[in-house]
Ligand binder design. Structure first.
Ligand SMILES: [Ca+2]
Ligand SMILES: [Ca+2]
Ligand SMILES: [Ca+2]
Length: 154
């Protein structure tokens, strides 16, 4: 009887543990989702800047931060606390035959990469390929950051 009681108790303990784990998972999911929304807001909030500064894409892609146009990297504050919640940078696509040069855009197309920096525990990054004169296409979530949204092709 004592053994049975112990077994019942430990089962109860396990149930409590599972319930807690479930709650934590749910909370993490909420954080991850809001981080994803935050990163998506960065895409929305930076496209005008990126499109208005096509002539400076090369300066943004080179590895010299001293020549970047004002306002780059693009950042945005979502909750009004004066601290940036997302940050957007450009990343060249694989556009040269043979050896790719990620510091030079040669096809008029670059990735806009938006990273949510509001919560370091649940980072999220989304990116979209944009082309000169074109709109956002090929919307996707980068590997390792929010796999639940992978394969979202707008
Ligand atoms: Ca630069
Ligand atoms: Ca290139
Ligand atoms: Ca390119």
């Amino acid at each position: 009887m004592l053994i049975l009681t112990t077994a019942l108790l430990s089962m109860a303990g396990l149930a409590v543990y599972l319930a807690l784990a479930d709650t934590n998972a749910a909370r993490f999911e909420v954080h991850r989702r809001s981080a994803l929304y935050c990163a998506e807001a960065g895409l929305e909030g930076s496209l005008a800047f990126v499109n208005a500064n096509v002539a400076s894409w090369g300066l943004m892609l080179d590895v010299d931060p001293s020549n970047d146009p004002p306002g780059y990297p693009v950042t945005g504050d979502l909750d009004g606390d004066g601290v940036a919640d997302w940050q957007v940078t450009l990343k060249d696509n694989d556009d040269e035959l043979g050896t790719n040069d990620p510091t030079v855009d040669s096809d008029g197309a670059v990735f806009v990469v938006s990273r949510c920096i509001a919560n370091a525990e649940t980072p999220a990054e989304v990116m979209t390929l944009i082309a000169v004169g074109g709109g956002g296409t090929n919307y996707r979530t980068q590997a390792g950051a929010g796999g639940g949204n992978t394969g979202n092709a707008n």
